[in-house]
Design a protein around this ligand. Structure first.
Ligand SMILES: Nc1ncnc2c1ncn2[C@@H]1O[C@H](COP(=O)(O)OP(=O)(O)O)[C@@H](O)[C@H]1O
Ligand SMILES: O=C(O)C1=C[C@@H](OP(=O)(O)O)[C@@H](O)[C@H](O)C1
Ligand SMILES: [Mg+2]
Length: 180
């Protein structure tokens, strides 16, 4: 962890990286960048379209390249995608370029939050619950490897999660140059 730099959110689909990240950035006076949104902007295509045309491997290559580009800068809140921790180089970059928060959500919460979502290609199948359990088991070591802090969003709406996380970060994240 480099205390001088960025705040990075990792965790599974539906944990709230994007929506809690937006609120948190506002509270911390930082800019939110969302890795998926930046990939989509750069590609001129949605994540789903990229998966369709280039496969998951194509998406992962774009994800690694964009992650490296975004983490060249300082002073951002970065909401990653759930699979950004799969690649060892990505994990080294995450650890080296920011304070990493693992936003945790249970599979039950993920299923509820994403019940009507059709923008996540890995969940475009009937056995979503099995997929989410398998991904959680496979990725748990990678989230643990990169995380400086684990924050469980259970029972908290996005606003409350951001407020509580901001309070925790004021104690735990010693950002050089920050007033807090
Ligand atoms: N703490 C929360 N409480 C209730 N709903 C949430 C919470 N966090 C996220 N959501 C909802 O879950 C969905 C996915 O959130 P999102 O921020 O896109 O997750 P991620 O980026 O981690 O995949 C959105 O509809 C969002 O409003
Ligand atoms: O878990 C994953 O592998 C993915 C998570 C998604 O982002 P969110 O975690 O923001 O949903 C997105 O990057 C893509 O659909 C793949
Ligand atoms: Mg997201």
């Amino acid at each position: 962890m480099d205390p001088a730099t960025n705040l990075i959110l990792v965790g599974p689909m539906g944990a709230g990286k994007t929506c809690v990240g937006e609120r948190l950035a506002g509270q911390c006076g930082l800019r939110l960048l969302d890795l998926d949104h930046e990939i989509e902007r750069d590609a001129g295509a949605s994540v789903t379209q990229i998966f369709e045309h280039e496969g998951e491997a194509g998406f992962r290559a774009r994800e690694s390249a964009m992650l490296a580009e975004l983490l060249r800068g300082d002073g951002i809140v970065l909401a990653t995608g759930g699979g950004a921790v799969l690649d060892a180089n990505n994990r080294a970059l995450l650890r080296g370029r920011g304070f990493v928060v693992h936003l945790h959500a249970s599979v039950e919460q993920q299923l509820q939050r994403l019940a009507f979502d059709d923008t996540r290609p890995l969940l475009a199948r009937p056995d979503r619950e099995d997929v989410l359990h398998d991904l959680a088991a496979a990725r748990a070591p990678w989230y643990a490897e990169v995380a400086d802090l684990v924050f469980d969003t259970a029972g908290l709406g996005a606003d409350a999660a951001a407020t509580q996380l901001a309070a925790l970060l004021a104690q735990r994240w010693h950002r050089i140059g920050a007033n807090a």
